[in-house]
Write a protein that binds this ligand. Sequence first.
Ligand code: DER
Length: 224
Amino acid sequence: EQIDVQKKMAGKKAVDYIKDGMTIGLGSGSTVYWMMKRLGELVKEGLDIKGIPSSLRTEGWAKQFGVPLTDFSNTQQLDLAIDGADEVDPQFNLIKGGGGSLVREKIVNTASKKLIIIIDESKLVDQLGAFSLPVEVVQFGYEATALQISKLGCEPVLRMNGKEPFVSNNGNFILDCPFRVINHPEQLNDDIKSVVGVVETGLFLGMTDLVIVGKDACVEVLEN
Ligand code: DER
C-alpha cells in the first residue's frame, strides 16, 4: 500500500531530529507507529531519551518497542514533539483528532519547544475543512453542546465505536463537525472553544515548526 510506505518514510525521517538527553512528545496515529518503531531501534543502540505519550495506544507502542517513558510530574517542558495530522494547510495549520487523541496531543504538543508533523502526502490541503473537525466534549449535555456548535455552521455527528459512542482516553465524547471549508481557523477555534461543554478542538494552529511529507519516491521536509 503506497500510503503506508509514505507514512513509514516520514516516521523514520522524523527520528533524525531526536538527540541524546531529549524529552520527546510522542504523538498518536498510524504514521507515529513507524516513528515509534524506529525510535525503539535507536534506543536499543544507546539513544538516551524519554517520551511522554499522547494516548494509551502510543503508550502501548512505547512498551512494545522499548521507548522509555516519563510524565508531566517530572517535566513540564518537552524538547520536541512528533505527531501526525489529518490535514495540513500552507500556513502549517492542522486538523487533528481523526484517531480521537486530540486533547492529550494538544497538551503534549503545546508543552514542546518544537513540533514536527509527519504525514503522507494525502494530508496536504490548500484549505482546512474537508476533513470533519473533531471536537472533544463533556458527555453530560453533549446534545445541547452540539446544538450550540451547529450554530457556527455545521451538523455535528457523535463519533461512534460500534454501537456505542466513542469515549476518549479522558472519558469524553467526540463530535465530528463537517464545516467543509474553514476560512478563518483562528476565529472558528475561538468560537468553538467558548461553547460551554467543549473540551478542545482538533484545530492545531500556529504551533508546527516542520512538516515531514512521505512521497512516492522521497521524503520532503517543509519548514514554516
Ligand atoms: O488523531 C490524530 O490527531 C492523529 O495524529 C491523526 O491525525 C494522524 O493519523 P494517521 O497518522 O494515522 O494518518
